[in-house]
Design a protein around this ligand. Sequence first.
Ligand SMILES: Cc1cc2nc3c(=O)[nH]c(=O)nc-3n(C[C@H](O)[C@H](O)[C@H](O)COP(=O)(O)O)c2cc1C
Length: 215
Amino acid sequence: MRCMKVLGISGSPRKDGTTARLVHKVLEATGLDFEFISLAGKDVRPCMFCLGCARDNVCKIKDYVSTVRESLVEAEAYVVGGCNMWSTLNGLAHNFLERFYQFHHLDQNPNTGKVGVAVGVGAENGRPPAVLISSMFQEFGIRPLGSVVAKGVYPCYTCGVGDTCTISNVQGLDAHGNIDMSRKPCLDTQPDVIGHARRMGERIAAALSSDSSGC
Ligand SMILES: Cc1cc2nc3c(=O)[nH]c(=O)nc-3n(C[C@H](O)[C@H](O)[C@H](O)COP(=O)(O)O)c2cc1C
């Protein structure tokens, strides 16, 4: 018998970035069986509004999402993370969540009654992705338990061109226009965020504590 209770999804295009690490922190704090998937490098197409799922709740697009559909059905709770790109949720994560529409028909929505925690990361502001994920949870019948928001990295700190680029953010960030790596945020320097991630994990565990599946 498979006992996956919590499904963590990092929707960032970077496999081992801040979003993936923060989703892991929440998962580990649940103390429950979990599965983690990263969408980095995966073929995740948007909902095409074909309505092919309307009669059987199965999306007809064959891509990465179709390979994890069973995990989506089995999960009792979700931890979904995305990063800020152009002041909103990044496209890869958004595409993935759009495909939850396949479950949203008839009276057979497997997500009804599930719970979710949203994780948002941004160089400046991780709140927009977290807000959007929470709102999509609600659309799909998943009860949002809260969110965790962290600072990620400025692309201009990591692109390799850095302070010789005339349109780099770095000039605005560092007084002398040089890349000061001590200013590069990372999760380890955000203990308050890690503490909040732990509380969110514990909240998931409390919400599922009445579960009697035997796993
Ligand atoms: C093209 C692009 C646009 C971005 N736009 C924003 C933005 O509008 N606001 C922001 O706070 N961060 C922005 N970021 C920064 C990312 O959110 C940040 O690098 C984050 O750490 C990426 O998540 P990850 O560490 O999980 O990969 C942008 C990054 C890229 C590559």
